[in-house]
Design a protein around this ligand. Structure first.
Ligand SMILES: CC(C)(COP(=O)(O)OP(=O)(O)OC[C@H]1O[C@@H](n2cnc3c(N)ncnc32)[C@H](O)[C@@H]1OP(=O)(O)O)[C@@H](O)C(=O)NCCC(=O)NCCS
Length: 331
């Protein structure tokens, strides 16, 4: 069976209750509300509780997305999770989500593309749906970033937050709606700019690796910032062009929420007012693979786009990875 279009038929989020403000963090590391707000645009973030993980938040977001799509769990036949903070190295967080949701033994796997994770799972899910072998796919971005942050490193721990967003992809016979052309890019030669050095085969866990704090996220923020500004700007323009559109055809821009200054630079480059960019970094910080689905869900709830509107998604993250996508909204 083949279908004309793959659409997002439902969405959901799961955001931890615990709010941590910049002032709270200034009691943990040498920082200030003024520094964090002015450099990043972040005012507060949510941090997961002890029992909340990428799989539990992902499953909670997925339950809501399935309900939003108006289908039953039995109609899901594919689960893909984008995460860089999985519950454990293996099995995949997608398998844990599948078990928690009580799904039948359908395909489930993870994709690691860091902050670009949601665009990577969107492309993977969309193309597998186009194969005709699946009816409905669950794609999830879920992160417990707090579990991989070094709470002694003020240059990174203030920037991230926890949460999950999920979408159901379904087939539609209506042509030219739903997920358009997605562009994905990677440059592994710059892996040193943002990574977690230990825990894999290069530096297996040991007393030395733990005392050297190598199991935490490491980032060269200044360099990552420069690449993010350039690559997200370029890929946004290229994505719009490849889909046969102009910036004026985009109702709502949903960028990965890493830094308000990166988002402002993309808006400036495109000559588009910031009013058309959805921003929630002030409330959540950078939730990595969860940031786009959380922002998209909120933007939709707030009526920032509706049926027939073009929504642009763009992301950048460790790898380096980056990408852009257009979704013509249907639900
Ligand atoms: C991290 C980031 C906010 C830093 O902003 P910046 O303007 O580049 O700041 P700098 O790195 O120049 O740091 C300036 C100073 O602030 C200090 N500083 C770093 N973190 C700080 C904090 N939390 N509080 C106070 N001071 C801090 C630095 O030590 C530095 O001090 P120095 O000049 O005495 O050495 C910015 O580089 C960034 O957003 N990078 C990209 C992050 C990102 O998007 N990552 C995820 C990819 S998806």
């Amino acid at each position: 069976m083949s279908a004309a279009s793959v659409v997002i038929s439902g969405m959901g989020t799961s955001i931890p209750d615990k709010v941590v403000t910049n002032s709270d963090l200034s009691r943990v590391v040498d920082t200030s509300d003024e520094w964090i707000r002015s450099r990043s645009g972040i005012a507060e973030r949510r941090l997961a509780g002890e029992k909340e993980t990428a799989s539990t938040m992902g499953a909670a977001a997925a339950e809501k997305a399935i309900a939003d799509a108006g289908i039953s769990k039995d109609e899901i036949d594919l689960v893909i999770v984008g995460t860089m903070s999985p519950d454990m190295p293996f099995p995949s967080t997608a398998c844990l989500v599948q078990a928690q949701l009580g799904l039948t033994p359908v395909a489930a796997f993870d994709v690691i593309a860091a902050c670009s994770g949601f665009l990577y799972v969107l492309e993977t899910g969309t193309q597998l749906m186009r194969s005709g072998n699946y009816r409905n796919a669950l794609i999830i971005g879920s992160e417990k970033m707090s579990s991989i942050l070094d709470w002694q490193d003020r240059s990174t721990c203030v920037l991230f937050g926890d949460g999950a967003g999920a979408a159901v992809l379904s087939l539609s016979d209506t042509p030219n709606i739903g997920v358009g052309q997605i562009l994905l890019r990677a440059d592994g030669s710059k892996m040193d700019l943002l990574n977690m050095p230990a825990g894999g085969a290069c530096i297996p866990p040991s007393a030395e690796s733990v005392s050297a704090r190598q199991h935490f996220l490491k980032m060269n923020g200044k360099e990552v910032f420069k690449h993010a500004v350039r690559e997200m700007g370029d890929i946004t323009l290229e994505t719009i062009e490849k889909n046969g559109l102009t910036p004026e055809d985009i109702k709502c821009f949903i960028p990965h929420q890493a830094n308000i200054r990166i988002i402002e630079s993309i808006a400036k480059r495109l000559g588009v007012s910031m009013d058309r960019f959805y921003v929630n970094i002030d409330r959540y910080g950078n939730t990595s693979a969860a940031s786009i689905p959380i922002a998209m869900w909120e933007a939709r709830q707030k009526g920032r786009f509706g049926p027939g509107d073009n929504v642009l998604l763009t992301a950048f993250g460790a790898g380096l990875t980056w990408g852009g996508a257009i979704v013509r909204w249907t639900a």
